[in-house]
Design a protein. Structure first.
Length: 63
């Protein structure tokens, strides 16, 4: 019985959700996680539905 270790990294949404998906793809990641809010600030980045849709589409294509 072995132990499986899963390592992940935070992906910035500085360049939008699509940018985050492209960064994850360049890292050969099978999944990625992003945070819509910087823990040091009270504001949440404005949601961009078009960008989210582009992200969803690239993830489907490159799955």
């Amino acid at each position: 019985m072995g132990i499986k270790m899963i390592i992940g990294s935070h992906i910035s949404i500085k360049h939008g959700y699509l940018g985050a998906a492209k960064i994850a793809k360049s890292m050969n990641a099978s999944t990625f996680q992003y945070f819509p809010k910087n823990p040091r600030r009270l504001s949440v980045k404005k949601f961009n539905e078009d960008d989210a849709t582009l992200c969803k589409n690239i993830v489907k294509i490159t799955n």
